[in-house]
Design a protein around this ligand. Structure first.
Ligand code: 13P
Length: 263
């Protein structure tokens, strides 16, 4: 892994934990990180609670200066107005969110979010000084039909072609077949696609963007497999679902530099 990119471990809670549960969870997480002597200079950790929890979690982070970044799981493509149910990037920024996830496969599937919608949401995030974490990944059928890289590269290309160069973004490679299945990609499989994604960034946004953009792997990441991914040159962190809801597991993942490698 290139030393210039600080690894990011991002916990996507999905639709779990209400605002009261989120308070108890973050208190436990903060305590466990401190107990395990977590070093935020080494690794950046971010949590992505449901919208209804954001204010509670923000208050805890700010009050105790916790070593956690805050992000949202989605953002509206609009900043204000008659868009019932949407959540504006302006509001997320006001809650000290730093990141927003865009184009998670569950939103692409459940809400028919296509590349055009994802592009508008990435633009909305950037306009509001939020760092978008753009998720890309192939389904099991795509994998069989086209191989691993084609769909993620096409999804990335569609968005990057319409986004200004020089804006900070994070890319998350999440093969859909690996999400929630317990069957993670192998580090070799993930590295191959992440390297191709980095080449795509290079050809569309230049060498500097390719060097500085963090590319995460997501899909059944656990404390037992994280070290194998993070040893690879083009994998700069993880987007963690289920294991981010277990304090001990999530802290063990965040402390991956201290793990004995389990390739
Ligand atoms: P799991 O870690 O539960 O497979 O979920 C991955 C994911 O979708 C993170 O965004």
């Amino acid at each position: 892994m290139a030393t210039t990119r600080r690894p990011l471990i991002a916990g996507n809670w999905k639709m779990n934990l209400d605002h009261l549960q989120s308070i108890a969870f973050v208190q436990k997480l903060a305590w466990a990180l401190k107990d395990k002597k977590f070093n935020e200079q080494e690794v950046e950790v971010a949590v992505f609670p449901p919208f209804t929890d954001l204010r509670s979690v923000q208050t805890l982070i700010n009050a105790d200066d916790l070593p956690l970044q805050l992000g949202a799981q989605d953002v509206s493509m609009h900043d204000e107005g008659a868009h019932t149910g949407d959540v504006s990037g302006v509001f997320l920024k006001a809650l000290d969110c730093q990141y927003v996830i865009v184009g998670h496969s569950e939103r692409r599937a459940d809400h028919h979010e296509d590349d055009e919608v994802c592009t508008s949401k990435v633009q909305a995030a950037l306009r509001n000084n939020l760092v978008p974490i753009l998720c890309v990944g192939e389904t099991a059928e795509d994998l069989e039909q086209y191989g691993a890289s084609k769909v993620p590269v096409d999804q990335l290309t569609a968005v990057l072609s319409s986004v200004k160069k020089g804006a900070e973004m994070v890319i998350a490679y999440e093969p859909v077949w690996a999400i929630g299945s317990g069957q993670a990609a192998t580090p070799d499989q993930a590295e191959e696609v992440c390297a191709t994604l980095r080449d795509t960034i290079r050809s569309l946004h230049g060498d500097e963007a390719a060097q500085s953009t963090r590319i995460l792997y997501g899909g059944s990441v656990k404390s037992g497999n994280i070290a194998g991914f993070l040893k690879r040159e083009n994998i700069d962190g993880a987007l963690v679902g289920g294991a981010s809801l277990d304090v001990d597991e999530f802290v063990a993942i965040a402390r991956f530099p201290h793990h004995v490698s389990v390739d």
